[in-house]
Design a protein around this ligand. Structure first.
Ligand code: FES
Ligand code: MG
Length: 582
């Protein structure tokens, strides 16, 4: 790869992919050109220039991406300046807030759409506009499969929340104050009043939740301009970053800096290390595995756990810390300073879209607040915030966010209280006759990739009301679903294989003893094998609820959590050839 436009392998205009649409002399190219003229472009606008597809996930149902209409214009400004031809391509917003049963059901749809938008049309390079939880992985997965040079432009976090002088963090404080409402310490009117203080500008959740984690992970992989992921959405640095991304992608196309040349095993490990040191969302485990597999690189749960054990948690942000939000992180030096601190745990030779190495990108970055971005020898927690468990209850793995759990419960044996699905949980959880104590392990089935479907964020099961009244605030909870990056508690998640496909979770019954041993990385169901065999023989797969459409295809193709929940046919098979143009 030629770095930074050295010209060594620079393409000629006839070698551009778009040349096949616009540059040749035949009937089809006549049509392609005349239809550009129809839109008011002159031939000098597009002919012989890199065509840059700006994949825009803007929507009026995506508050996190509400600034992308203007950001797309700012990317275009950069593309024009650098001598490219920008074209905006609207794509699925996969909005976290409004899509049901869960946005996760549609991450792979965005990935497919991104890949096919790029491949079927005259694009030479891509700029990806995303940020809300599923969009960084969805866009990157699709762009990796398309194989064209690309840059990711992260939406950036929204302004910090505030209500009556109190700082509010996305998600985390909604859970917290809802509990206060149930406890009667705030009034319904105050709770209602808080709605206006929670989300104060466009941009993503501003806690260290899934969006902040994924934007950072994509930067650590080398797929954004340096420092891009922590710039607040409403900061004037944000449109400047968008314009710079537009300029840079044009050079990347001329130099043929495809993701296959850019990404290495080090890029993937850097994304994992950054996630761990950030105390990032458990969702990142699924998404980084899915992205790595699209890039043909190695990543399994063991590698995740190994990196977690050696990397300390140094970002003091909610929900791991109790004070600071993403804007504070930005002013403390932001993602470049954070990665600089983490340097000894990163592969600094990994290449990035800047044209340099990650090490060069972060070399002169300073930390301005040592409480928010801690030194490596004064971490928030000695190991990364996430741990991977295996055992008879999760032969293919399960995960737990140790940084958000009660340390007392990390080694615990207790009897199961089993809910067959979320509806069952909702119906019975607060029943005063439910046989549950603080030592019980709440178990929920049918929350996995197929059972949910789409692994909804049901994993932070509420504490039963009668235990809340006794002062219980945390207990061991276990499921095959996910939880929000802003959630907390001793929640074992992503149990694989899931119950819906007959994993051991499907066979758990009330009263079975479950042993959680986080230091030993074990999760075991203490039931005799002979009894398990009897239960297995009697088990029946739940009846399918979706017979048609996207969901039916998803259920047929989706992989388990330890494999990244991609669709099998998107991961496997020979590369798709370039389209014929006749
Ligand atoms: Fe979009 Fe949280 S809802 S980032
Ligand atoms: Mg979320």
């Amino acid at each position: 790869m030629s770095a930074g436009g050295t010209g060594a392998t620079r393409k000629r205009p006839e070698e551009l992919r778009s040349h096949r649409w616009f540059g040749v002399d035949d009937l089809r190219a006549f049509g392609h050109r005349s239809r550009m003229l129809q839109m008011g472009f002159s031939e000098s606008d597009f002919r012989g220039k890199p065509v840059i597809g700006i994949i825009n996930t803007w929507s009026e149902l995506s508050p996190c991406h509400f600034h992308f209409r203007t950001r797309a214009e700012e990317v275009k400004r950069g593309v024009w300046q650098a001598g490219g031809f920008p074209v905006e391509l609207p794509a699925h917003p996969v909005t976290e807030q409004y899509m049901k049963p869960t946005s996760m059901l549609y991450r792979n749809m965005l990935a497919m759409e991104t890949e096919e938008l790029a491949r079927s049309q005259p694009c030479d390079g891509l700029v990806l506009l995303g940020g809300c939880d599923k969009t960084p992985p969805g866009l990157v997965m699709g762009a990796l499969s398309a194989g064209l040079p690309f840059i990711f432009v992260p939406a950036g976090p929204m302004n910090s929340g505030n209500w009556r002088g109190k700082s509010l963090g996305s998600g985390s404080d909604a859970w917290k104050y809802h509990a206060e409402l149930r406890a009667g310490t705030i009034t319904p009117a105050q709770w209602k009043d808080m709605e206006g203080g929670m989300a104060r500008s466009f941009g993503t959740c501003m806690t260290a939740g899934t969006a902040a984690t994924m934007m950072l992970a994509v930067e650590a992989m080398g797929l954004t301009l340096p420092g891009a992921s922590s710039i607040p959405a409403a900061d004037s640095a944000h449109p400047r970053m968008a314009t710079e991304s537009g300029k840079r992608i044009v050079d990347m196309v001329w130099d043929d800096e495809t993701p296959g040349k850019l990404l290495s095993q080090g890029s993937i490990d850097n994304a994992v290390a950054a996630t761990m040191a950030f105390g990032g969302s458990t969702n990142a485990i699924i998404h980084i595995i899915a992205m790595a597999r699209r890039a043909g690189l190695e990543l399994d749960l063991e590698r995740f756990d190994a990196i977690s054990r050696r990397v300390p948690l140094i970002a003091n942000l909610r929900p791991n810390g109790d004070t600071w939000l993403m804007a504070d992180f930005f002013f403390a030096g932001g993602s470049r300073a954070f990665l600089n601190r983490l340097g000894p745990h990163l592969d600094l030779t990994a290449k990035t879209v800047s044209g340099a190495t990650l090490g060069e990108d972060i070399a002169d970055a300073d930390v301005f607040n040592e409480e928010i971005i801690r030194p490596l020898d004064r971490p928030l927690q000695a190991e990364g915030g996430l741990a991977v468990l295996k055992g008879s209850l999760a032969p293919r793995g399960a995960v737990i966010k140790t940084s958000a759990a009660d340390p007392r419960l990390l080694t615990h044996t207790g009897p199961a209280v089993v809910f067959e699905n979320y509806a069952d949980l909702k119906k019975r959880l607060d029943d005063p006759d439910l046989e549950v104590t603080a030592d019980s392990v709440l178990v929920m089935k049918s929350g996995g990739p197929q059972g949910g479907p789409g692994m909804p964020e049901w994993g932070m099961m509420p504490i039963p009301q009668k235990l809340l009244k006794q002062g219980v605030r945390d207990m061991v909870r276990l499921s095959d679903s996910r939880m929000s990056g802003t959630s907390y508690g001793t929640c074992v998640l992503h149990v694989a294989p899931e119950s819906h496909v007959g994993g051991p979770l499907a066979l758990v019954r009330d009263g079975d003893l479950i042993r959680l041993d986080v230091p030993g990385r074990r999760l075991d169901l203490l039931v005799e094998e002979a009894e398990m065999a009897r239960r297995r023989a009697a088990w029946q797969k739940p009846a399918p609820r979706y017979a048609r459409g996207w969901t039916a295809m998803y259920l047929e193709q989706v992989t388990q959590a330890d494999e990244g929940c991609d669709l099998r046919f998107l991961e496997a098979g020979a590369p798709t050839p370039e389209p014929d143009i006749y």
